[in-house]
Design a protein around this ligand. Structure first.
Ligand SMILES: O=C[C@H](O)[C@H](O)COP(=O)(O)O
Ligand SMILES: C=C(OP(=O)(O)O)C(=O)O
Length: 346
């Protein structure tokens, strides 16, 4: 008989059922309470009842959990300092969408050597999230693989659907069932329409193919996620953080019946992926908000201990500690200055 299956599959390793991992690396009642509270605060910021500025800040990706925790400890202190004006949520990004190919994040390849030990990656991700929460910080991540949320979503305060997947029905369906507030990026071309359609689709009930906590393939039905908003991240045609772009976005969102709460990413195409340009972009976002545009509910910054990024792959022993192996980040000193400035201005 002709071979008609697995022509291109070279390996298929069963994963532990989500319930097993949730039991092995369990959330404590205190952690569950913290997650519920942090999500409620973010919902209130989105609907305008909490006047604080929501700042999603942290490394482009977590590749070294030791440096990640050092970062979290510093950020927790800063968050405490500005908590009356700015609600800080740490970027804890474990899944990287690639334009073509590249390292796909700690969950996919936790050993950074191409061995793609996903069960180990899921364990490290849960363990790390719990450590960040225990520092007193809410958590933010991009959810990319539709099975991943079953393993980590209970420890996530806010999540993003990235520019490359906002148009994907699979991701909109997944978002409709997620328990946390969530932002959809505009597409890499800069179009807002896909994000607006995504907010509408994710807000509706959906039925789709998923995996249960027991690891069983399932037909999942959701009630819709009402806490979705847009993230302006610039695109191929240029940045979209300026006052005119924001006004256009508000008009477009309201005209199309989507939430007009806007988060703006100071990284990615809004700063041409240049960490040296990121502070000025961020300061302009804060300037607009301080000038009275409360539709701008928050911003995103890619920040790490050390500025810039380093090429990867390279021998692990040659990696610079605390520096990104994906997109360029601003360094810790710049982060502190920008965050303190935000609290002063708002
Ligand atoms: O935020 C990270 C990157 O911008 C995203 O993963 C795409 O990266 P790439 O274009 O280097 O693949
Ligand atoms: C990949 C990211 O962003 P975007 O989807 O905007 O490229 C990210 O924030 O890590």
């Amino acid at each position: 008989m002709a071979q008609v299956t697995d022509l291109h599959v070279t390996q298929n390793i069963p994963l532990p059922a989500p319930a097993l991992l949730l039991n092995e690396i369990a959330r404590s009642p205190e952690q569950a309470e913290f997650m519920a509270q942090s999500r409620e605060i973010i919902r209130n910021i989105l609907n305008g009842t909490d006047p604080r500025f929501l700042l999603i800040v942290g490394p482009c990706s977590i590749h070294d959990t030791k440096a990640g925790i050092e970062y979290a400890q510093k950020l927790a202190k800063l968050a405490e300092e500005v908590k009356d004006k700015v609600y800080i949520v740490m970027r804890v990004y474990f899944e990287k969408p690639r334009t073509t190919v590249g390292w796909k994040g700690l969950i996919m390849d936790p050993k950074l050597d191409g061995s793609d030990n996903i069960p180990e990656g899921l364990r490290q991700a849960r363990t790390f999230l719990r450590q960040v929460i225990d520092c007193g910080l809410p958590t933010a991540t991009e959810l990319l693989d539709p099975i991943t949320p079953q393993y980590i979503a209970d420890l996530i305060s806010w999540s993003a659907i990235g520019a490359r997947t906002t148009e994907s029905q699979t991701h909109r369906q997944m978002a409709s069932g997620l328990s946390m507030p969530l932002g959809f990026k505009n597409t890499t071309t800069g179009d807002l329409i896909a994000a607006v359609n995504a907010i509408k689709a994710a807000g509706k009930p959906q039925t789709f193919l998923g995996v249960s906590e027991q690891g069983v393939a399932s037909a999942v039905t959701t009630s819709g996620n009402p806490d979705c908003h847009i993230i302006l991240r610039g695109g191929d045609k240029g940045p979209n953080y300026g006052a005119d772009d924001v006004a256009t976005a508000i008009e477009y969102l309201t005209g199309n019946g989507a939430s007009d709460a806007i988060m703006i990413d100071a990284s990615h195409a809004n700063c041409s992926k240049d960490d040296k340009k990121m502070p000025a972009v961020y300061q302009e976002i804060v300037r607009q908000r301080a000038a009275g545009n409360t539709k701008i509910i928050g911003a995103m910054l890619e920040s790490h201990l050390v500025a810039g990024n380093q090429s990867f792959p390279q021998p692990l022993e040659d990696l610079t500690y605390g520096q990104s192996i994906t997109d360029k980040c601003i360094d810790w000193a710049t982060t502190e200055t920008l965050v303190r400035e935000t609290a002063d201005k708002l």
